[in-house]
Design a protein around this ligand. Structure first.
Ligand code: IPM
Ligand code: MN
Length: 390
């Protein structure tokens, strides 16, 4: 019996509801397979901060660090802002990304067969599922998030606070607020190298089945992007069987929607990746379908791309698939890193169960044109998995 420890961070708003569905699947794995998950839950987030003055209990960072993996629901609550303007709950999500050096934010954009998109208020299929299967890699430790990441990490670890250096901005007047956007050579190299590594294991872009990595930047304007692209070029030379493309972020957002079939792996800096993946979720059927993993060399945190949707909190309405697919990514990552064929098999089974459920269109939430509740989707998956795991 192999045992793995997992920290569950339900967080804010609809976070606890979607994490509960993932928990049902962990329980089923414990019951049906030789894999055992010891999970513990840590309360955290913006609402928790408003109630307690802390973003999570002391010692939580260490507990996350020592666990085999982490699954997060969502962070963010109306009015939950620290005195210095920082997001309350940032210590959790940004503190872990920075403090555990989870430099690769891996965000697959895959359209499951049967998904209907809500475009112009109507539910219909817009993209052919065969045409949407890419993976966006968002750099996760520097760029425009640098200041916020450093402050959140310092808070987590009880270190000195990060302050932006004093700078003159000739020509500007009145109060000036600014965020440094440092892009480093080594930070770029490790994310670009991860992108090529992921591309080498995938099946290429949907249109031509050719493996490719697209570098998305704004190197016609920003210096950090010029360095990022230079490192991209250097790294790409190591992979002669993977072709390369470039796109400026503004044009990329257009191609992403118009010609998603042209993209295989995309690598970009932190803020561009944040924005592009929310847009990319539309290709998948919305934020309820977008899963992600924050991956470092020794730790990883998996989470849906969506936020805490305060408006829907407690209503048992939101789509838990983004979280369940994040759990599926976690099972695969654990399987690969711990060398467990059984975990990889289970992750494939979870993927198949989700595919069948969505193709059936019967038990899907409102965002996909259905009327199932969050827990009905979770329960239906458990029912399917019970059969598949036998
Ligand atoms: C995301 C979220 C976070 C981010 C927030 C909650 C800080 O939007 O994971 O994409 O900006 O990275
Ligand atoms: Mn985001």
């Amino acid at each position: 019996m192999a045992d793995y420890s997992v920290v569950l961070l339900p967080g804010d708003g609809t976070g606890p509801e979607v994490i509960n569905q993932a928990r049902k699947i962990l329980d089923l794995i414990n019951e049906k397979t030789s894999i055992g998950f010891n999970y513990e839950t840590i309360e955290c987030g913006g609402k928790y901060f408003l109630e307690t003055g802390k973003e999570w209990e002391e010692g939580s960072f260490e507990r996350c660090k020592n666990a085999d993996s982490i699954l997060l629901g969502a962070i963010g609550w109306p009015g939950a802002i620290r005195k210095n303007g920082d997001l309350a709950g940032g210590e959790v999500v940004l503190g872990l990304r920075s403090g555990l050096d989870l430099y690769a934010n891996v965000r697959p954009i895959k359209l499951f067969e049967g998904v209907q998109h809500k475009i112009h208020g109507k539910y219909r299929t817009v993209w052919d599922s065969k045409n949407v299967d890419m993976c966006i890699l968002r750099e996760n430790t520097e760029g425009l998030y640098y200041g916020a990441l450093q402050r959140s990490r310092a808070r987590s670890l009880g270190e000195d606070f990060f302050e932006s250096p004093e700078l003159d901005f000739p020509g500007l007047s009145g109060e000036i607020a600014w965020d440094p956007r440092p892009i480093s050579e080594n930070g770029s190299r490790r994310i670009v190298s991860k992108a090529f590594e992921i591309a080498s294991k995938r099946n290429g872009a949907p249109n031509d089945k050719k493996k490719s990595v697209t570098c998305v930047d704004k190197s016609n304007v920003a210096r950090g992007c010029q360095l990022f692209r230079r490192i991209f070029d250097e790294e790409s030379k190591k992979y002669s069987n993977i072709s390369t493309n470039y796109a400026y972020i503004d044009a990329f957002t257009m191609w992403l929607i118009r010609n998603p079939e042209e993209f295989d792996v995309v690598v970009t800096s932190n803020m561009f990746g944040d924005i592009a993946t929310d847009l990319g979720s539309v290709l998948q059927g919305g934020m309820g379908m977008a899963a992600s993993g924050n991956i470092g060399d020794s730790n990883a945190l998996f989470e849906p791309v969506h936020g805490s949707s305060p408006k829907y909190a407690g209503k048992n309405m939101v789509n838990p698939i983004a979280t369940i697919n994040s759990l599926q990514m976690m099972l695969k990552w654990l399987g690969d890193t711990k060398n467990s064929k059984e975990l990889v098999r289970i992750s494939d089974i979870v993927h198949n169960a989700v595919s069948d459920q969505i193709k059936g269109r019967k038990v899907v939430t409102y965002d996909l044109g259905g009327n199932a509740t969050t827990s009905e989707v979770g329960d239906d998956l458990v029912k399917r998995l019970k059969v598949l795991l036998d």
